[in-house]
Structure formats: structure tokens, C-alpha cells
Design a protein around this ligand. Structure first.
Ligand code: NAI
Length: 244
């Protein structure tokens, strides 16, 4: 269903990004795997993707670095063709109460989570406009919808992603480009491995379980596909009902 399309997924070497890359490739997309540092994991994912008979290439890129992102988008366009589906998934946390949060922890989270998404949108924008087609899918969080104590930086970045999504959706709608966000709840990945999964947390999730990376990947696949051609500026929660 995504045959011949080029998907660019940031933070794809592990966790939710990896599941998204696999899901899009299973459905025929060629994938640019953007990673920060884990080269072996990124290369190993590419080998796995190629077994699905799609093209896959890994690119090391710090999403927060404007020039690196520009160079990466140019390299992807040269090697795989222009980007059709952009998935801004890379993200970090630097949790703490505002009282003790360092300025650099605030800046780092905003720079990776929010500016990183802007950087890729900015540099993919001309290609999308030329094709008069494309999908942008930004990974937000229920923390951005509800606010989460101890995560002021993260919640601000993820709420910012929602504003960015809606603004760009309006800008690009006239060119046939759809821009949406997915807001995961509590998903089992490295990011959440140190969080205490007590009954208290599970008790807040109406569906009674934490999510899997594949749960998020399914929503991304839907937004990337033909079935979502009339959806833009939307935020889909994948949270077991946590933020109802
Ligand atoms: P993870 O920590 O397993 O993966 C994050 C990925 O982003 C890693 O591959 C990492 O290398 C990459 N990354 C970090 N900084 C980068 C940078 N400067 N440049 C390029 N890549 C960079 O985390 P997970 O759980 O897979 O998270 C994926 C996305 O989903 C993040 O945006 C996160 O905020 C979001 N999310 C995760 C939730 C969860 O419960 N795990 C809940 C809600 C949202």
C-alpha cells in the first residue's frame, strides 16, 4: 500500500521509531533510518528492512542541528528519492521539578523534541510542495495534552509539537499535504524502563495495560496511508484511554 514511497523516520534505531520503520517497510515503503549514535542498531535494522524487499539506508544525524538535518534530507533525496512520509519521532526526556531543573535540561529537550521536528519539516517542505503530496506525522505525547508534573520541559515540547502540527497542517493543506500528530501514552521502551509500573499507574489506564511500540506504529501507518487522505491537523491518542 506504500509501495515505492520513501519514509524518513527519526530516532529509528530503537523503541517506537524502530517499530514505525518496520511497520512502514512491511507495507512497502523504502525507509531512511535516522539515528543519533547507535550505528550498529541502525545498520542491523536496515538489514532487517531489506529482507522485506524495500530499500533502507541509515543516516547519522542530530535532529537538533539545523545544518545536519539539511544535509541529511539532501542525502536521502539523492539516494532514495524525495521524502513522501516524514515521521518526527526522535525524543528525549530530562525530567525534574522546575525548582531543580537546569537551564540546559530545558533547552536540550526543546531543541531535540520540538526544534528537531521543525528542522525536518523545514528541509522536507520544498520537496513536499514540489510533489504536491506528502504526509508529516509528528510524535507528541499525552504529557503535551495533560501536562505532567516533573516534566515541564518535556510537556512543553510535546504541546509545542501539537501547535506546530496544526500550523503546518494549515500551511500545507492547499498543496495536498496532510500533517498530523500521534500522542502516545505509556509505551514500553528504553525511555520508560525506569518508571515504576505499579498498580497506581496501570490503574490510570482504562485499558489496563501499558502500550507496545507496535500500537503507536499502527496509528502512524494509518496516517501515512490512503485511508487518511482527508485527515489533517489531527492528534490521535494511543494511550489505552489514559488521557480521556
Ligand atoms: P527511545 O529513547 O527508546 O527512543 C528515542 C530515539 O530518539 C532513540 O533512537 C534516540 O537515539 C533518538 N534520539 C534522541 N535524541 C536524538 C537526536 N538529537 N537526534 C537524533 N535522534 C535522537 O524512546 P521511545 O519511547 O521510542 O520514544 C520515541 C518517541 O515517542 C519520542 O519522541 C518520545 O518522546 C515519544 N513518546 C514516548 C512515550 C513512551 O511511553 N515511551 C510516550 C509518549 C511519547
Amino acid at each position: 500500500m506504500l509501495n515505492g514511497k520513501v519514509a524518513l523516520v527519526t530516532g529509528a534505531s530503537r523503541g517506537i521509531g524502530r517499530a514505525i520503520a518496520l511497520k512502514l517497510a512491511e507495507n512497502g515503503a523504502n525507509v531512511a533510518v535516522i539515528y543519533a549514535g547507535q550505528q550498529e542498531k541502525a545498520e542491523s535494522l536496515c538489514r532487517q528492512l531489506r529482507e522485506l524487499h524495500v530499500q533502507a539506508q541509515a543516516y547519522r544525524c542530530d535532529v537538533a542541528d539545523f545544518q545536519q538535518v539539511k544535509d541529511t534530507v539532501a542525502a536521502v533525496s539523492k539516494n532514495l528519492g524525495g521524502v513522501d512520509i516524514l515521521v518526527n519521532n526522535a525524543g528525549i526526556t530530562r525530567d525534574g521539578l522546575v525548582y531543580s531543573m537546569k537551564e540546559e535540561d530545558f533547552d536540550a529537550v526543546i531543541n531535540v523534541n520540538l526544534k528537531g521536528a521543525f528542522n525536518f519539516i523545514k528541509h522536507c517542505y520544498p520537496g513536499f510542495v514540489r510533489k504536491r503530496a506528502g504526509r508529516i506525522i509528528n510524535i507528541s505525547s499525552v504529557s503535551g495534552l495533560m501536562g505532567n508534573g516533573g516534566q515541564a520541559n518535556y510537556s512543553a515540547s510535546k504541546a509545542g509539537i501539537i501547535g506546530l502540527t496544526k500550523a503546518v497542517a494549515r500551511e500545507l493543506a492547499g498543496r495536498g499535504i496532510c500533517v498530523n500528530a500521534v500522542a502516545p501514552g505509556f509505551i514500553d521502551t528504553d525511555m520508560t524502563e525506569n518508571i515504576d509500573k505499579t498498580n497506581t499507574l496501570l490503574g490510570q489506564i482504562p485499558l489496563g495495560r501499558t502500550g507496545k511500540p507496535e500500537d503507536v506504529a499502527e496509528a502512524v501507518l494509518f496516517l501515512a496511508g490512503d485511508g487518511a487522505a482527508y485527515i489533517t491537523g489531527e492528534v490521535i491518542r494511543v494511550d489505552g484511554g489514559l488521557a480521556i
